[in-house]
Design a binder for this molecule. Structure first.
Ligand code: THU
Length: 138
């Protein structure tokens, strides 16, 4: 999938999600790791929700960009994610951490898509299930 040029509507979605994630990343509060991250989720409605990582001097109390994006989605009254995009300023192809995979798995549709990015834009497209094939559920 990654090597195939995206269809026009998918390219537009990628561009919109990337812009939102980059804008979120610019707001990152990461004075401890100096590792800004931005994320954007697309809900089934088509609405996009973005987030950045927010750290704390008591390190484990910080949280990830994906978690902030999920929070915005939930507070807007939505709970189904069709697409996830993650970008990290200092790491090409950064993937969601283990905790965020579990958090995202609570809300992703069964065929949800994950976009990974490098400095130029989306560099890889894969099914969310590829990175979280057998997550815990109650
Ligand atoms: N981080 C995210 O925001 N998302 C991830 O999926 C991986 C890690 C953040 C957490 C912390 O603020 C920084 O990156 C360094 O670990």
């Amino acid at each position: 999938m990654a090597d195939v040029a995206p269809k026009e509507d998918e390219a537009a979605l990628q561009a919109a999600m990337l812009a939102r994630a980059r804008a979120a990343m610019a707001l990152s509060h990461a004075p401890h790791s100096n590792f800004p991250v931005g994320a954007c989720v697309r809900a089934v409605s088509g609405q996009l929700y973005a987030g950045c990582n927010i750290e704390n001097a008591s390190y484990p109390e910080g949280w990830c960009a994906e978690t902030t994006a999920i929070s915005h989605m939930i507070m807007a009254g939505e709970n189904q994610i069709t697409h996830v995009l993650v970008i990290a300023e200092k790491q090409s192809g950064a993937t969601p951490c283990g905790g965020c995979r579990q958090r995202l798995s609570e809300f992703v549709t069964k065929d949800a898509v994950l976009y990974l990015c490098d400095e130029k834009g989306v560099s890889q497209t894969l099914p969310f299930t590829d990175i979280f094939p057998s997550g815990f559920s109650l």
